[in-house]
Design a protein around this ligand. Structure first.
Ligand SMILES: [Fe+2]
Length: 472
């Protein structure tokens, strides 16, 4: 039996491909269908099942398209009621795959339909369990996303999660490999490891949520403490995962349309179309961009930032991409449900310049220049756009926290005539923030190249966070 973990770093997501004797199954596929179809083709296999661990909140999964193209059966666990045809599995139900089998374990808690899948090979061994968002490496799924007002609180869900972990997962052999749906960087948990798998035995020793002597009450408190509000697109993605969406092929046909510079300019000046520049940080910073464009580079956590920052999931979008990556960009927008891409700038920014159109540029200083200006007192407003937790752990004295995650809700504090210096950790988030500042009319925005990682080595004064408990 072949079992492959398919890791997508942008979403910190793991799908799984399983094959035995000409039959294949996919667990938690992303929106696009081709990679899975190609894998099965290479093995001479037919995709028989598409298993879903739950309705995902952080990406749109492609089970409906994939089932249509392959004839595979979509399997969810108990309590799942989507608007398309599925096989609703029962706890303990076995699904034959080639000479092996996959067994559904209903493990509610993260959501009520959440299920895990045990993989049994041809020899009858059970080396893997795909735990979805029930058990991560170093963490468990957050129990607040599927709260239903009036009937189900996050404490209820956390209680179910405790029971699922203790009764269904922790009773499995210690040497079984845990294959979760997410790793570090995902907002589906709060403290995930960067490892993508581990033995259950090791997780029992190291994962705070699996502590042997933990009571249910303690578990509920620990998993519900310190949760940050989920990104704004999560609700939309759950809704899309329960419904039938426009097919990825249609999204691509519409989205990878080349647009000449003059038409692109006209469209960019149209109030209801957003321009997104997806190129590398250097190309964007050095060459400038179409006035009004937002920067969200494709070589970063592109999809989560698209979902967190673009409020309207149906937003009409035209984009600038590195030549040859247009198809990838459209797919990555659609992974979080942004299906209304209308095309890209043909010939890129060079065609724009050749047509004689003006570009907007973000100002830029090195970490040393920034440190010197701070010492001279010539900086009036400097903002650190990292998360609050990063800022609290260490930051530059005199720099305020203005997290990118909350840029829209806090934007009223920004004065268009003031000059702002922005930094993040390494220069990706600060460019996104700078582009949104500029698109919203701030005249002077300067990015600190290399971000905090470089600034802290300049000898500038840093504050260290002192945890209140250490003062007791
Ligand atoms: Fe999830």
């Amino acid at each position: 039996m072949k079992v492959e973990q398919l890791f997508t770093s942008c979403l910190a997501e793991m799908a799984y491909y399983i094959e035995s004797n000409g039959e294949a199954a996919i667990i938690d596929p992303l929106r696009e269908t081709e990679p899975y179809i190609e894998m099965a083709k290479a093995d001479g296999a037919k995709i028989k099942y598409i298993f879903l661990t739950h309705f995902h909140a952080d990406f749109v999964s492609g089970q409906v398209d994939l089932a249509k193209k392959t004839g595979a059966t979509i399997v969810f666990g108990p309590n799942a009621e989507p608007q398309y045809e599925i096989h609703q599995g029962k706890d303990g139900e076995e699904f034959k795959l080639g000479h092996g089998k996959i067994t559904l374990l209903h493990t509610p808690g993260h959501t009520m339909e959440s299920s895990s899948y045990l993989i049994t090979d041809e020899k009858g061994n059970t080396p893997y369990v795909c735990t979805g968002d029930c058990l991560f490496i170093g963490d468990v799924g957050r129990p607040d996303l599927a709260v239903k007002s009036g009937t189900l609180t996050q404490d209820d869900l956390a209680g179910h999660l405790f029971d699922s972990l203790r009764n269904k997962i922790m009773t499995l052999p210690d040497d079984i490999i845990v294959y979760p749906n997410h790793g570090a960087g995902s907002a589906c948990g709060k403290n995930m490891s960067s490892e993508t798998f581990d033995t259950l035995g090791n997780q029992k020793k190291t994962n705070y949520a699996l502590r042997a002597d933990m009571t249910k009450e303690e578990f509920i408190v620990e998993v519900t403490t310190g949760l940050k509000p989920p990104p704004q697109y999560f609700g939309n993605n759950v809704r899309m995962n329960k419904g039938i969406n426009i097919s990825i092929d249609e999204v691509l046909a519409k989205g990878i349309r080349p647009i000449d510079a003059a038409t692109f300019k006209e469209m960019s000046e149209h109030g209801d179309i957003l321009v997104v520049d997806t190129r590398s940080k250097d190309d964007y910073a050095d060459e400038g961009t179409v006035p009004g464009a937002w920067y969200i580079g494709v070589d970063g956590n592109f999809a989560p930032w698209v979902g967190s920052l673009i409020k309207n999931i149906n937003q009409k979008i035209i984009f600038i991409a590195e030549g040859g990556r247009e198809h990838e960009v459209v797919i990555r927008f659609s992974r979080v449900g942004y299906d209304n891409t209308l095309g890209y700038l043909r010939g890129g920014i060079h065609a724009w310049l050749a047509a004689g159109f003006k570009v907007d540029k973000i100002g830029s200083v090195s970490a040393i220049q920034f440190a010197n200006k701070l010492k001279e007192g010539s900086i009036k407003a400097a903002l650190d756009v990292r998360k609050e937790s990063e800022y609290l752990s260490e930051h530059v004295v005199g720099v305020e926290n203005f997290p990118l995650d909350f840029i829209h809700s806090n934007f009223a504090e920004i004065k268009p005539d003031k000059e702002y210096f922005l930094h993040c950790a390494s220069g990706y988030r600060s460019l996104i923030a700078a582009s949104i500042f500029q698109a919203n009319g701030v005249k002077k925005v300067t990015d600190v190249r290399g971000g905090f990682n470089d600034v802290k080595d300049t000898g500038v004064k840093l504050t260290e966070y002192v945890c209140p408990t250490t003062l007791l």
